[in-house]
Design a protein around this ligand. Structure first.
Ligand SMILES: C[S@@+](CC[C@H](N)C(=O)[O-])C[C@H]1O[C@@H](n2cnc3c(N)ncnc32)[C@H](O)[C@@H]1O
Length: 236
């Protein structure tokens, strides 16, 4: 599973050094259509939800995450917003006793890699095939009929290292494994290693992903909108 405990304390520093653009992500969520009850799958430390909650006060927002250390930071960050609810849950056993007109995941449990050159594919933080089925089934159970699922789009995965805003150096390496890849994340302050994290990701070809999501009632909306940050699905 995608446990982010080791990275949690450095997550803000790494992500806000150019890894994700939270304003742009929320711009696209808001441009994607109307919604009143929204669920973030794998909300991490709440950076997307903070941007969303600050801009939309008239909706009910729920986020959940597997990693307690990430969620603890999200709770502090989002404490000021009365319309945000956070839950410590694994998507494979998700139970919120509520349905949503929009569920989304950006860099959370599932995301697409699309670079405009190579065949796009779906990446899952969950390596086990059956657990992916369990998770998607749970998500489907929490999205209303005609509700939407948006899965984030990211650029290609590659090995690199780059200084972040405070001078620490972030690096990542990618190794192919059967059915996916292993990603190692590191943070160094000079010679000192501050953080190391490893996650095994499962991947699905684009065709497999559409079949998989379709089997839970999520119909792909190809090019229905110009949203480079997300792929959109509508629940039957
Ligand atoms: C790269 S972070 C993205 C966080 C947030 N969406 C953001 O944009 O900053 C991925 C998050 O997915 C969560 N995650 C991974 N597997 C999960 C699962 N099975 N159930 C719930 N959350 C999960 C991790 O704990 C982590 O916080």
């Amino acid at each position: 599973m995608g446990d982010y405990t080791n990275m949690s304390g450095y997550y803000y520093l790494i992500m806000t050094s150019g890894y994700y653009d939270y304003q742009k992500i929320v711009n696209e969520l808001l441009a994607s259509g109307d919604f009143h009850q929204v669920l973030e799958i794998g909300c991490g430390t709440g950076l997307i939800l903070e941007e969303l909650a600050g801009r939309k006060k008239d909706i009910a927002i729920t986020g959940f995450d597997l990693t307690e250390a990430m969620l603890a930071i999200a709770k502090k960050r989002l404490d000021k917003f009365g319309h945000v609810q956070l839950e410590h849950q694994n998507v494979t056993a998700l139970s919120l006793r509520k349905q949503y007109d929009l569920a989304f995941s950006y860099g959370g449990v599932w995301y697409f890699v699309m670079d405009g050159v190579n065949e796009p594919f779906l990446v899952s933080h969950i390596y086990d095939a059956q657990s992916n089925l369990d998770g998607l089934s749970k998500v489907a159970g929490h999205v209303q009929s005609k509700g939407r699922l948006l899965l984030g789009v990211q650029g290609p995965h590659r090995d690199y290292q780059s200084p972040i805003t405070n001078g620490y150096v972030y690096s990542q390496t990618i190794q192919p494994i059967e059915h996916g890849f292993t990603k190692h994340y590191f943070l160094h302050d000079g010679e000192e290693q501050l953080m190391a994290q490893r996650i095994d990701y499962r991947t699905y070809s684009f065709a497999e992903a559409l079949d998989l999501l379709g089997s839970f009632g999520f119909k792909h909306q190809p090019g229905s909108q110009v949203l480079p940050q997300f792929q959109s699905f509508v629940k039957a």
